[in-house]
Design a binder for this molecule. Sequence first.
Ligand code: FAD
Length: 315
Amino acid sequence: MYKAIIIGTGPAGLTAAIYLARANMKPLVIEGPEPGGQLTTTTEVENFPGFPEGIMGPDLMANMRKQAERFGAEFRTGWVNSVDTSKRPFTLQVEGQGELQAEALIISTGASAKYLGIPNERENVGRGVSTCATCDGFFFRGKKIIVVGGGDSAMEEANFLTRFASEVVLVHRRQEMRASKIMQDRARENSKVTWSLNRTPLEVVAGPMGVTGLKVRNNESGQEEVIEASGVFIAIGHTPNTKFLGRQLEVDETGYLITKPGTSETSIPGIFACGDVQDTKYRQAITAAGSGCMAALDCEKYLEGHAVHDWSQSL
Ligand SMILES: Cc1cc2nc3c(=O)[nH]c(=O)nc-3n(C[C@H](O)[C@H](O)[C@H](O)COP(=O)(O)OP(=O)(O)OC[C@H]3O[C@@H](n4cnc5c(N)ncnc54)[C@H](O)[C@@H]3O)c2cc1C
């Protein structure tokens, strides 16, 4: 039995852990399938404040974990399969750990970028393949880049990347795009954006130094061609990791947890959400960390006012 269980150890969950542990709430933190979260899959992080020379993603996350441990956060490895929110305390079924209970929960399970599922794609993440223009655009100054996708986020990423790139080629498998007219117009008015429509991506082309292009099939002629570029940005959306919650908490049409504006409160009192799992817009390490702080402070307030259990007996 715990006062608070934090699910997920990305920047959101670990920041929540630091705050709750420092407030003497002895949180349990469940690491899940990707201990340290998404930043463990990248190399240099140059935009997290406090590191003027940048820091490697895995190092940043290892530091956050150490900081939470220093104040008494407990960590367990495991994948949360389900949560029963119908009665208090909340009950979690955790792979490898069995049943765990807590008075309050912080959900920080992130949102996974969707990939195309083509050869050489995953292997080259951090070597020219990216799912985050804000994070990685800066590394492609003066280079030619490909953006794959046909929605608003692809248009936005393409426009944003023209700040750095010499040319941005928008690749989409259809002739028509899902993006709103205004976003398409903005991209069309941008002289650095070129279009390669009706092309199906087949394979990321890469050499020892990283990505050199994208092999595509022209859907009209059936011909295959390689579009040369130093970077391939995949902008086909994200999947919030909320499946294990079933339909118990309020989510938007794409599955992101809905929080009360200006707070981390979900639709069930005592359950808080932070980081990318509730953020359809910013999805940055620093915003995840910031919202992790909010969740910890909201959780603390909740436990002070609502806890029904005598914690001194079980801790
Ligand atoms: C390649 C790459 C590079 C990036 N570079 C930058 C950058 O330079 N700067 C920047 O600000 N942002 C960057 N980002 C974005 C940044 O990583 C995310 O915004 C941030 O990690 C979100 O933090 P989070 O804590 O919400 O979730 P995540 O980091 O996604 O962590 C989610 C956690 O939840 C756990 N989890 C998921 N499901 C379950 C479950 N069922 N049970 C238990 N645990 C579960 C996972 O194991 C993981 O520990 C990058 C992202 C990627 C993919």
